[in-house]
Design a protein around this ligand. Structure first.
Ligand code: AHR
Length: 330
C-alpha cells in the first residue's frame, strides 16, 4: 500500500512538472503568446499550400505565437464567420487573405470596434476601406499582368511576329479576386492597345487545374486556331496544356502555342524548363516572415508599413535552368 502511495505521489509530481512545462514555451509563458487568428482562402493551388506553410512556419509557439488557423474552403461566408469568431475570442491580431475584393466592410468595422488589428495578406480589398485594416502584405497583381504582356510584346517583336494577327485564349482565376482583377486588367488593356490581338475566348478556371482543363476542352471544341493561352495561375496552365495536348496541339512556346502563367511554383517551372510554359511570372507565397515582422512591430506599438509588396521575378522557357528551379523554396 505504502509502495502504491509513493508511486502515486511520484506520478503527481511528474504530472505537475508537465503542467508547468506546458505553460512555459521556449521561455515565453502561454499568457505572453501573441494570439493570431488566420483565415486562409482554402487549398486550391500549390501556391496556396506554400503560402499556408510559410505562415505556419513563421507564427510558431517557439517564435512567441498561438496561431488559430481556419480554412475557408473557398467560401467568403466561412471567412466572415471565422473572423467573427476571432473577434469573440479576443485574439491579439487577425490575418486573412480575402477570397474576393468586396463584401468586407461590416466585419472589418466589427474588428475595428473591438480594437483588434487586421492584417490583409496575399489578396487585397476594394479601395475605400483602407481605414478599416492595419496593413497589407502581398503582390501587386496588375504589375504581374503588366510583366506578362510586356514579355509577350517583346517576344513577338523578336520573332518578327508583332504585326501578325494574334488569337488569344484567356483562362481567368476566381472572379472578383484581386489576382484575377489585376492580371485580367493588364491583358485587356494590352488587347485594347494592339489592333491585331484578338480575344477568342475568356473563361473562368477558378485557379484550379481541373476547372481549367474543363473550360479549355470546351474552347477547343469550337476552335484550335490559337496562338496564346494566358492562364492566371500554374494550376490553370497545367490544365489548359493537358487539354491542348489531348487535342493534338503543340504547346512548346518556341514553335507552338505560347502559354503564359503566374505563380512560378516548382511544377510550373518544370513545365517552363520543358518549354510548355513560355513565361511564368512569379507570385511569391512566402509571406510568413513579413507577417511576423509586422505583428511584432504592432505588439511593440511601433508604426508599420501600410503596404508591403513582396519581391517577385519571372522565368521564361528560353533562359530557365534546372539550377534555378533547384534553388527555389516552393
Ligand atoms: O492570390 C494568389 C493566387 O491565388 C495565386 O496566383 C493562385 O495560385 C492562388 O490560388
Amino acid at each position: 500500500m505504502k509502495k502504491l502511495f509513493v508511486m502515486a505521489l511520484c506520478l503527481l509530481v511528474l504530472l505537475g512538472g508537465c503542467t508547468q512545462d506546458s505553460q512555459q514555451v521556449s521561455g515565453v509563458s502561454e499568457e505572453d503568446l501573441i494570439v493570431v487568428g488566420f483565415s486562409q482562402v482554402g487549398a486550391e493551388s500549390e501556391w496556396r499550400v506554400a503560402n499556408t506553410e510559410s505562415i505556419k512556419a513563421a507564427l510558431t509557439e517557439d517564435n512567441g505565437y498561438e496561431l488559430i488557423y481556419e480554412d475557408a474552403r473557398q467560401e467568403q461566408e466561412n471567412q466572415i464567420r471565422a473572423i467573427r469568431t476571432f473577434i469573440q475570442r479576443g485574439v491579439d491580431c487577425i490575418v486573412f487573405s480575402p477570397i474576393v475584393e468586396t463584401g468586407w466592410n461590416s466585419i472589418l468595422q466589427e474588428a475595428k470596434q473591438a480594437n483588434i488589428p487586421v492584417i490583409v495578406i496575399d489578396r487585397y480589398i476594394e479601395p475605400g476601406v483602407e481605414g478599416l485594416y492595419t496593413a497589407y502584405i502581398g503582390s501587386d497583381f496588375y504589375q504581374e499582368g503588366e510583366k506578362a504582356v510586356q514579355w509577350l510584346e517583346e517576344h513577338l517583336e523578336k520573332q518578327g511576329r508583332d504585326k501578325e494577327h494574334l488569337r488569344i485564349v484567356h483562362i481567368q482565376g476566381t472572379l472578383g479576386s484581386s489576382p484575377q482583377i489585376g492580371r485580367t486588367s493588364a491583358l485587356e488593356k494590352a488587347i485594347e492597345r494592339h489592333a491585331n490581338w484578338e480575344l477568342v475566348a475568356q473563361e473562368c478556371g477558378d485557379f484550379t487545374r481541373a476547372k481549367a482543363y474543363e473550360v479549355m476542352s470546351a474552347i477547343l471544341q469550337k476552335t484550335t486556331d490559337i496562338d496564346v493561352v494566358y492562364c492566371e495561375n500554374d494550376g490553370e496552365a497545367l490544365g489548359a496544356i493537358d487539354a491542348m495536348e489531348e487535342a493534338g496541339l503543340n504547346c512548346h512556346g518556341s514553335d507552338g502555342v505560347i502559354v503564359i502563367s503566374f505563380d512560378a511554383t516548382r511544377m510550373g517551372l518544370e513545365y517552363c524548363l520543358e518549354g510548355k510554359i513560355a513565361l511564368d511570372v512569379e507570385c511569391n507565397p512566402l509571406q510568413g516572415p513579413y507577417l511576423d515582422k509586422i505583428i511584432k512591430q504592432l505588439q511593440k506599438g511601433e508604426p508599420v508599413e501600410p503596404i508591403t509588396y513582396i519581391e517577385e521575378t519571372q522565368f521564361d522557357c528560353f533562359t530557365i535552368t534546372q539550377e534555378m528551379i533547384d534553388g527555389r523554396d516552393y
